[in-house]
Ligand binder design. Structure first.
Ligand SMILES: NC(=O)c1ccc[n+]([C@@H]2O[C@H](COP(=O)([O-])OP(=O)(O)OC[C@H]3O[C@@H](n4cnc5c(N)ncnc54)[C@H](OP(=O)(O)O)[C@@H]3O)[C@@H](O)[C@H]2O)c1
Length: 287
């Protein structure tokens, strides 16, 4: 029986990246649909849950993506509310690679150092990747500050994540040298999650920082989030600190994304959000 993946993208044009990885993760056919919302998803979900016999339902799965995490989460909840009894299929949320990228970065960090009780700063953490990285660091026992150029934006992201995951993220501003220094004060871990091509830290802001031990930046553009690191860095030592760059993290992210797609077809009741994706990342690191 063919493994069918329905890619529900909240953006008008569905992600090519997500479609390619879905095939590479083991789907026999991927149907990429754009502009999917809680209002128009019902018949699509019903088509997925009613069509195959119970023992074959695991061969149909749903993937929710798109650039807007809040829209993705709303759709993710609506889809699950349409399931009942045995009428369900496995579903994964990964808006803009939020869960797989954050899980890869945080799993690599926790594999290198014990983050429990340490202070972590997620710089430009208001995007999908940053919000999930902050949650995963907090769930591993770190005290997490999430920054934005505007306090209201960091407060909004922290409120959402604290409410959803029962964590205690601290909103902070990082908009200029002074506020960035305050955000990093006494911190051991810096996680860069800014928009592609945006520099978040100049070299001198981290290289001689007295408390920082680990820096991870997910950027893969010509201009990196942290000046002076290399995107290939994968637990590379620079200035006495553990450094992870966007490709160093991205290699695990891709393996993880494919592994999560494969897991969707193992049963018809798997829900892959931050926790499950993070567990999958840590298991890949021990293989
Ligand atoms: N390595 C990988 O495998 C991989 C995979 C997926 C994504 N990524 C990368 O992950 C990063 C985060 O993705 P995302 O979708 O979460 O990011 P995003 O939503 O595009 O941006 C994250 C935050 O960056 C801040 N920002 C925007 N313009 C800025 C500027 N000029 N100066 C300072 N901050 C600015 C914004 O925060 P405020 O407006 O609140 O300040 C925004 O919320 C991107 O660089 C993306 O390319 C990497």
């Amino acid at each position: 029986m063919k493994k069918l993946l329905y890619q529900f993208d909240t953006d008008a044009i569905p992600s090519v990246f997500d479609s390619v990885v879905a095939y590479d993760g083991g789907a026999d056919q991927v149907t990429s649909l754009g502009g999917i919302t809680p209002k128009n998803c019902q018949s699509l979900v019903e088509g997925a849950i009613y069509t195959r016999a119970p023992k074959h339902k695991k061969n149909t799965a749903l993937f929710i993506g798109g650039s807007d995490l809040a829209a993705g989460e709303e759709l993710f909840t609506t889809v699950q509310n349409l399931f009942f009894g045995k009428f369900r299929v496995s579903v994964m949320l990964d808006s803009n690679g939020c869960n797989t990228t954050a899980a890869a970065g945080v799993a690599l960090i926790t594999n290198a150092v014990d983050v429990k009780g340490k202070t972590a700063v997620v710089l430009a953490g208001t995007g999908p990747v940053g919000q999930r990285a902050a949650v995963m660091l907090a769930l591993n026992g770190a005290n997490v500050r999430l920054t934005s150029r505007q306090l209201e934006r960091s407060e909004h992201s922290c409120d959402l994540m604290n409410h959803e995951f029962g964590v205690n993220l601290e909103p902070m501003v990082a908009a200029d040298d002074k506020s960035i220094a305050t955000a990093l004060d006494g911190a051991q871990i810096a996680f860069g999650a800014g928009k592609s091509g945006i520099q978040l830290l100049r070299a001198e802001q981290w290289q001689n920082h007295t408390s920082l031990e680990v820096l991870a930046d997910v950027g893969t553009a010509r201009i990196l989030g942290f000046e002076g690191i290399d995107m290939m860095d994968n637990n590379t030592e620079r200035f006495g600190k553990h450094i992870f760059g966007g490709i160093g993290i991205g290699a695990l992210k891709l393996r993880l994304h494919r592994a999560c797609i494969a897991r969707l077809f193992e049963s018809n009741d798997l829900v892959l959000d931050a926790n499950e994706v993070y567990q999958t990342a840590t298991s890949l690191l021990t293989q």
